[in-house]
Design a protein. Structure first.
Length: 78
């Protein structure tokens, strides 16, 4: 289980957020990336920290933006 959403009965559910989380979970499981806060499908993602630069170069030959040494931003993989 990767996600647990718990709302009190008196609080409405945000269906768009549930769909966004499901999209993110599927993407991150398949491509070894992370999605930033407020990410929406089609937006840039972050290469997972567990992926070495050597492996990232193979997967993303066009390179990436690196605002910090530990943040490598790439377009969302297809």
């Amino acid at each position: 289980m990767k996600l647990i959403l718990v709302y009190p009965m008196t609080t409405g559910r945000n269906f768009d957020e549930v769909v966004r989380v499901l999209d993110s979970l599927q993407l991150t499981a398949k491509h070894k990336v992370s999605t930033p806060v407020n990410w929406k499908p089609g937006e840039d993602v972050i290469i997972a920290g567990s992926v070495s630069n050597e492996d990232a170069k193979k997967q993303y030959p066009d390179g990436w933006k690196e605002p910090k040494p530990y943040i490598r931003i790439v377009p969302q993989p297809k």
